[in-house]
Ligand binder design. Structure first.
Ligand SMILES: [Ca+2]
Length: 181
């Protein structure tokens, strides 16, 4: 009996991690963000600098010194809650082949992912790793971005997550550490 209950609990927990929202998103009112350069081409975005819409919310942590976006616990399964989306717009000065990195903090194995979506493309899952400390997770692939305007969205997938920064670079071996400037 205990084995059966354990199996049922595991199935329920597993199913609670598998929800995905795939609705298209409204890209109006996206804010411009700052582009910075170094020896390698890099770009650091604060997650909260995008067009952050409910059920994502902006939080101030560590005495207001750290600002992040947060998806509260329970909103993914609550059909009365808006689908959390944060939208970003870049204006690239040249064609770039880049990696995406995200500085994140998860709150468990059912709270460790979100979706990355480029306009008109399927969403890609970011995360699903085991670290529960602030850490950087890499995007799923290299992206060839063309000069000019470029938009992407972070979409809710699992709740109870926080995202601090987004890091783009053409340096394929660089791994961001801590809070990047
Ligand atoms: Ca931040």
């Amino acid at each position: 009996m205990i084995k059966h209950l354990s199996l049922l609990l595991c199935m329920l927990l597993f199913s609670s991690c598998s929800d995905k929202d795939k609705d298209d998103t409204d890209l109006d009112n996206i804010k411009d963000v700052k582009v910075e350069h170094s020896s390698s081409w890099t770009l650091v975005l604060e997650a909260e600098s995008g067009d952050v819409r409910p059920s994502f919310e902006t939080l101030k942590l560590e005495g207001d010194s750290l600002q992040v976006i947060h998806l509260p616990l329970g909103v993914v399964k609550d059909k009365n809650k808006a689908k959390g989306i944060a939208s970003y717009k870049l204006d690239l000065d040249d064609d770039r082949e880049v990696n995406f990195w995200f500085r994140v903090k998860w709150n468990g194995t059912c709270a460790n992912s979100f979706n990355l979506r480029f306009t008109g493309e399927p969403a890609k899952v970011i995360g699903d790793d085991d670290s529960l400390e602030w850490h950087w997770v890499r995007g799923p692939q290299d992206y060839n971005l063309s000069k000019g305007e470029f938009k992407f969205d972070i979409e809710q997938r699992e709740d109870d997550i926080m995202i601090d920064q987004i890091y783009l670079t053409d340096n394929k071996t660089f791994v961001p550490q801590g809070i990047e400037k």
